[in-house]
Design a protein around this ligand. Structure first.
Ligand code: AMP
Ligand code: GLY
Length: 428
């Protein structure tokens, strides 16, 4: 863009989360040129997309330099853990997201658990292991039900909830001796099973400064009633009444503040999203895990609820400046329903053309996840999670009705969706 006061932005990633982030950037009056890499079919319809894979750190830096980018917004965890933020910082380009040291909170569950212990952050009792004998000894002292986790990145699949001692022993052996989860399973965390309701809090951090987004919940299982295989997430909604004002205050005081202070004390200037997966137990809030990026599909409901322009907030985080004390949010609720390809999270077909409704009702949106766009402009399926259909309304029920109306108007072969997104809140 010729107006040098405007900010050129590169969005890194290719899922629904990144499409939602791209739209926030495109809507900002501060934005100049907005591009994406690698992007998807929907993103390509709205912005120029460049075919650079997210793991190619040097290629991504070269793209940002060649395009005169002033802010890189990074969606997925993999480039964060590979040091994309550090590499961009080395050439003076601010990026939204933590550096590789900060990204260890997600890329190493063992690191994260030791961090919790060191900084007195409430979490499940645990042990970290790389050797089989001490891991089996720990299981003898802490019998099933127990949770076994691959420490490294495993696309949300590396958690085994062992109901019996045999399952626990098998899971430990599969990871440490076998090849379950590859190198990600060569270190494991064994931890106490926690009981309670789950909720997620996303915060945008800039060092010890932070702003919270509303509490949200996603549906990880493929089947209705939260049954079946784990997926990346089949839908999400916000807010959730499970997180009361008192709980929110407890989360901020006992979890978020000590985490950011602990990171600083450990020499990590944390910037970007901190996404806490929480269990609301009878003994108070405990952290199950941290992610170091926005949730997918949670982003598709959280970002549209923000009434303020988010670009200056993302830029302030990226440059380590102070954040606004509070963000303004729209009233009401938002929901997103994922339209997946039949077979997901197992194998599924790709390349099927998608038919969209001619016009969308007000307060609904379709965000692309696994899609491509032909040179002729046809949008085709290209992934397990194909689209996210969202609705916003004064109540969650009304938002769900809006979203499901649009879900039924989108057509592609073997379309598969859950009809009960939001049920835990709607059936309370
Ligand atoms: P994580 O990737 O660590 O968040 O784990 C994925 C899912 O496994 C969580 O959303 C919980 O449903 C479940 N989970 C993980 N750790 C525990 C635990 N210690 N107790 C009970 N459920 C857990
Ligand atoms: N929806 C879960 C995640 O993004 O990790």
């Amino acid at each position: 863009m010729s107006d040098s006061s405007l900010l050129n932005i590169l969005v890194v990633g290719s899922g629904g989360r990144e499409h939602a982030l791209l739209q926030v950037c495109l809507q900002s009056p501060l934005a100049g040129k907005v591009i994406a890499a690698p992007g998807n079919g929907g993103m390509a319809s709205e912005a120029e997309c460049f075919d650079v894979p997210v793991e190619e750190i040097e290629g991504m830096v070269a793209l940002a330099q060649a395009q005169g980018i002033g802010l890189v917004v990074i969606g997925p965890e993999v480039p964060l853990s590979l040091g994309l933020v550090d590499a961009l910082a080395a050439v003076g380009i601010p990026a939204y997201g933590p550096n590789a040291a900060g990204a260890q909170l997600e890329s190493s569950k063992a690191f994260c658990k030791d961090f919790f212990a060191k900084h007195n952050i409430p979490t499940a009792a645990y042990g970290n292991f790389t050797e089989i004998a001490p891991a089996l000894d720990y299981l003898e002292e802490h019998p099933a039900p127990i949770v076994i986790k691959a420490s490294g990145l495993a696309a949300g699949k590396g958690v085994i909830m062992a109901e019996t001692q045999d399952e626990a022993i098998a899971a430990v052996k599969d990871m440490l001796e076998g090849d379950a989860f590859g190198s990600s399973g060569k270190e494991i965390v064994i931890e106490e099973t926690l009981y309670g309701e789950e909720a997620s809090i996303h915060v945008i951090a800039s060092g010890e400064d932070f702003v919270c987004l509303p509490p949200s919940q996603d549906h990880k299982r493929a089947g209705e009633g939260d049954t079946g295989l784990n997926t990346g997430g089949m839908g999400a909604y916000t807010p959730t009444s499970r997180v009361t004002a008192a709980m929110q205050a407890e989360i901020e005081e006992k979890v978020i503040k000590p985490t950011l202070a602990g990171l600083k004390a450990d020499g990590i200037d944390y910037r970007g999203t901190l996404y806490a997966g929480l269990m609301l137990t009878d003994q108070g809030v405990k952290v199950l895990e941290y992610n170091v990026r926005f949730g997918d599909p949670e982003t598709q409901v959280l970002l549209p609820m923000v009434a303020d322009d988010l670009v200056p907030v993302l830029l302030a985080s990226a440059t380590g400046e102070s954040l606004p004390a509070k963000l303004q949010f729209h009233d009401g609720a938002a929901i997103v329903v994922v339209l997946a390809a039949g077979g997901y999270p197992g194998s599924y077909a790709k390349g099927n053309p998608i038919t969209f409704p001619d016009a969308l009702p007000a307060s609904t949106a379709i965000v692309h996840a696994g899609t491509t766009r032909d040179p002729e402009g046809t949008i085709r399926t290209a992934g397990g999670r194909v689209l996210g259909v969202s609705g916003q309304a004064p109540t969650l029920k009304a938002a769900a009705d809006l979203a499901y109306t649009v879900c039924d108007q989108v057509k592609f072969e073997d379309k598969f969706l859950r009809r009960d997104i939001g049920h835990r809140e709607l059936n309370r």
